[in-house]
Design a protein around this ligand. Structure first.
Ligand code: FAD
Length: 376
C-alpha cells in the first residue's frame, strides 16, 4: 500500500504530525497498535505550550473535561511549598486526550489503521520505507515518521537507561478533605530514589504518577504496595494526601526503560523521528506532551518545506539541547539528598524560585529556531 507519508505510532506526536500533513493535502497512513486508546503512564499535566498546540490542532481540552491547574507545590519530607504557575496549565487523562487526537486525525483525512503493530521498518527497493506489520501486511511510502513513543523498533532503538527508571501511574479518589486541600495544584513529591506527581484529572479523579530508580524499587521488594508505603514514609505529605484514598485501578500501570535526557542525533533519509523518539525530558517538567507536539509540528513543517530528515534532526537536537541539559540538572538536584532537604525551605522563603525553574525548564524553544531552520 502506497502513501506519501507513513506514520508509525498514533499517540500525541504521531497524531499531531498526521493532522498537520493531512491538512496540507498529503496522503497519510497512521498505524497504531492499540485498537482503542488506553491508560498510559503519564502525569497528565498539560503545560501552556501544550494547550496552545492542542488548540491549534482543534482539540478543545475544556470540553473533554480537563481540569485547570494554577499552582505547583513541592513536597519533601514533611515540608511543602507552593507557587502560582507562571503559565496556564491543565490536566486531562491520556485516554481522553489520545482519543480526541485520533478522532481529529480521522477527520483531517488521515487513514488510521488501529490495533495493528509495526514489527519492522526497513528501506526497500525504490527508495521507500517499508513497515511490516504483525500480520505480515506491508505498507510503503517515501517518507516515514517514527512516533512509537517509549517503544523502540528494532534497528531504530535508543540507548539503554543507565538508572533503570521505573514509572508507575495509579488513579485514586481522594477523601473529600484531601481533594479540597489538593485543589487546583500539581504537587511534586520527592523521595530518595525518585519523585512523583499528584494532581486532579477529570471526573473528580486524582492521578498519582511516579518514577523511581530500580534500586529504590528493589529496596521495597519490587512490590507496588511496599513501594507506596516506602514513598509515604519518605514523604509524609504524600501519606497525608493518600489517607483514606480509594485506588481506582486493580494495579498501577508501569513502564521501564525511560532514557531521560535522550536527544536523537541523526536519522536516515526520509525518516523523521518525533516525540519520545526524538527527545525524552525528565518527567517532573511536565513537558513531554508539549515536546511531542512541537517536534511533530516542526518535523511536518520541515517535510513540507522539503528539508531532508538528516538535516532536520540534528537542528532539532541543537535547539533543544540547552534546556534539556538544564532539566536534567534540575532532576539531579531533586534526587540529591541535600537539595531535597533545603529546597522546600528555600522555596518557602522565595516561592518565586519555583516560577523561575518552571520557566527555565520549558523545552519548547525549537519554535524560536523555526524561521531559520525551516526557511530553506
Ligand atoms: C512517569 C512519566 C510521567 C510523565 N508525565 C508527563 C506529564 O505530566 N506531562 C507531560 O507533558 N508529559 C509527561 N510525560 C511524558 C509524555 O508522556 C511523553 O513524552 C509523550 O507521551 C510522548 O508522546 P509520543 O507521541 O512520543 O508517545 P506516545 O504518546 O506514548 O505514543 C506512542 C504511540 O505509539 C504506539 N506504538 C508503539 N509501538 C508501536 C508499534 N510497534 N506499532 C504501532 N504503534 C506503536 C503506542 O501504542 C502509542 O500510542 C511523562 C512520562 C513519564 C514516563
Amino acid at each position: 500500500m502506497h502513501d506519501e507519508v507513513l506514520i508509525l505510532g498514533g499517540g500525541v506526536a504521531g497524531c499531531a504530525a498526521s493532522i498537520a500533513l493531512a491538512r496540507k493535502g498529503r496522503s497519510v497512513t497512521l498505524i497504531e497498535r492499540e485498537p482503542t486508546p488506553r491508560h498510559k503512564v503519564c502525569g497528565e499535566f498539560l503545560s501552556g505550550e501544550a494547550l496552545e498546540d492542542l488548540h491549534a490542532l482543534g482539540i478543545d481540552v475544556a470540553s473533554l473535561g480537563a481540569v485547570p491547574i494554577n499552582y505547583v507545590r513541592l513536597a519533601a519530607s514533611r515540608r511543602a511549598a507552593e507557587a502560582p504557575l507562571p503559565f496556564p496549565a491543565a490536566s486531562l487523562t491520556r485516554k481522553a486526550l489520545d482519543a480526541a487526537l485520533i478522532a481529529a486525525a480521522i477527520s483531517a483525512g488521515v487513514r488510521v489503521e488501529r490495533g495493528r503493530s509495526v514489527q519492522s521498518l526497513n528501506r526497500a527497493a525504490g527508495n521507500v520505507w517499508r513497515a511490516t506489520l504483525d500480520d505480515g501486511t506491508t505498507y510503503e511510502a517515501p517518507t516515514a515518521f517514527l512516533a512509537t513513543g517509549k517503544h523502540d523498533l528494532r534497528g531504530h532503538g535508543r540507548p539503554k537507561d543507565p538508572h533503570q527508571w521505573v514509572g508507575f501511574k495509579m488513579y485514586y479518589r481522594l477523601s473529600a478533605a484531601q481533594t479540597a486541600a489538593l485543589a487546583d495544584a500539581s504537587e511534586l513529591t520527592l523521595y530518595a530514589g525518585g519523585y512523583g506527581g499528584i494532581q486532579p484529572v477529570e471526573d473528580g479523579v486524582t492521578n498519582f504518577c511516579c518514577v523511581v530508580q530500580r534500586k529504590y524499587f528493589a529496596r521495597a521488594g519490587l512490590r507496588w504496595d511496599a513501594l507506596l508505603a516506602k514513598m509515604q514514609q519518605d514523604c509524609p505529605h504524600l501519606a497525608m494526601r493518600l489517607d483514606g484514598a480509594e485506588p481506582l485501578l486493580d494495579k498501577p500501570i508501569t513502564i521501564t526503560h525511560i532514557p531521560y535526557g535522550y536527544l536523537r542525533r541523526a536519522t536516515e533519509d526520509g525518516l523523521y523521528c518525533i516525540g519520545d523518539q526524538a527527545a525524552v525530558i525528565p518527567s517532573f517538567t511536565g513537558d513531554g506532551i508539549s515536546i511531542a507536539l512541537h517536534t511533530a509540528h516542526h518535523a511536518a513543517t520541515a517535510y513540507l518545506a522539503s528539508e531532508p530528515a538528516p538535516v532536520f534532526q540534528p537542528k532539532l537536537r541543537s535547539a533543544m539541547l540547552p534546556q534539556m541539559r538544564l532539566a536534567e540538572l534540575a532532576a539531579d538536584g531533586l534526587n540529591n539528598a541535600l537539595a531535597r532537604a533545603v529546597l522546600p525551605f528555600c522555596l518557602r522563603i522565595w516561592p518565586g524560585a519555583m516560577r523561575v525553574t518552571a520557566r527555565m525548564t520549558r523545552v519548547t524553544q525549537p519554535a524560536t529556531i523555526a524561521p531559520q531552520a525551516f526557511a530553506n
